[in-house]
Design a protein around this ligand. Structure first.
Ligand SMILES: Nc1ncnc2c1ncn2[C@@H]1O[C@H](COP(=O)(O)OP(=O)(O)OP(=O)(O)O)[C@@H](O)[C@H]1O
Ligand SMILES: [Mg+2]
Length: 275
């Protein structure tokens, strides 16, 4: 086991409640002087941001300001775009994720991601959730069954699908598909869950379910969520970062951002004057 894996495991052992009390503001990620370019176009500019452990951090800002780019940088998925270049650091468990010693498969299973459009695989409900564990070498049917049930319970979907696990995931509603994608993410036991506008394709009822789920999940996971919905950010997050043109304009407790923003640009954005 690598030092990185050990650190993640050790951290998981502590109960989240204890962690909350001991270290209320402990960070899980610490971005330091982070810059990112797509070719010659700079999309992130000198980002310095600590992401809170066991909480919900919302990223808000107008279209094109770099929210998705920042999110995908946290598990280095952004590098799937070949022209991407970065500088600066993001510390995670005391290691800069850009360090050559970091194993990308490990990083991406510790830092899972849920996308805007539910993207289940055209497989059964069971096989969707079992996908990650199988990739990681879990073969025993009983063990897989246990993981699948636990993950579907974790995403609040178990009662709705327990009698149709063998059926295609494509037959689920949009809201159920999104919770299936969350279950698929939970199945590899991540520590952080990145969510890029996870409810923007859902109706209000499914949105509420996912928001309630996020409140549950934050007890055990650190969540970073991008949203265009100001009410949603205000309802569900503990911290909010306002991005503009690739920079962090303001980062504070969500209550402060929405009731007493320090920067005029934040105020203009949250009151709907632009974006
Ligand atoms: N694959 C890519 N290749 C080149 N440029 C890109 C790529 N993806 C994003 N960009 C550019 O990076 C900047 C930030 O984009 P990003 O997708 O992070 O914005 P965003 O804040 O998530 O916007 P939205 O709210 O519309 O999702 C934009 O100028 C965008 O054009
Ligand atoms: Mg985006």
């Amino acid at each position: 086991m690598t030092a990185f894996q050990t650190a993640v495991k050790e951290n998981k052992k502590k109960s989240p409640v204890v962690q909350e009390n001991i270290n209320k503001e402990e960070s899980i990620f610490s971005a330091k002087g982070l810059n990112l370019w797509y070719g010659n176009d700079q999309a992130l500019k000198d980002i310095n941001l600590d992401i809170r452990k066991n909480g919900v951090t919302a990223i808000i800002g107008p279209s094109g300001c770099g929210k998705s780019t920042f999110l995908k940088t946290l598990n280095r998925m952004v590098e799937l775009v070949p022209i991407v270049k970065t500088s600066g650091a993001i510390d995670y468990h005391g290691v800069n994720i850009f360090d050559p010693s970091v194993n990308l498969v490990e990083l991406r299973s510790s830092v899972g991601m849920v996308f805007q459009k539910p993207n289940p695989f055209p497989k059964s409900i069971f096989d969707n959730v079992a996908f990650g564990p199988r990739v990681h070498g879990v073969k025993k049917k009983a063990e897989l069954k246990e993981i699948v049930e636990k993950s579907l319970r974790g995403s609040g979907l178990w009662d709705e699908v327990k009698d149709r696990l063998g059926e295609s995931a494509m037959g689920l509603s949009g809201g159920q598909q999104q919770r299936l994608c969350i279950a698929r993410c939970l199945a590899v036991e991540p520590e952080v869950i990145l969510m890029d506008e996870p409810t923007s394709a859902l109706d209000p009822k499914s949105t509420l379910k996912v928001e309630e789920l996020i409140q549950e999940l934050k007890k055990d996971y650190s969540i970073v969520i991008v949203t265009h919905n100001m009410q949603q950010a205000a309802r569900i997050s503990d911290k909010t970062a306002f991005f503009l043109n690739g920079e962090v304009v303001e980062y504070d407790n969500t209550d402060t951002i929405f009731s007493n923003p320090q920067d005029k640009r934040t105020e203009d954005y949250i009151t709907g004057r632009f974006g």
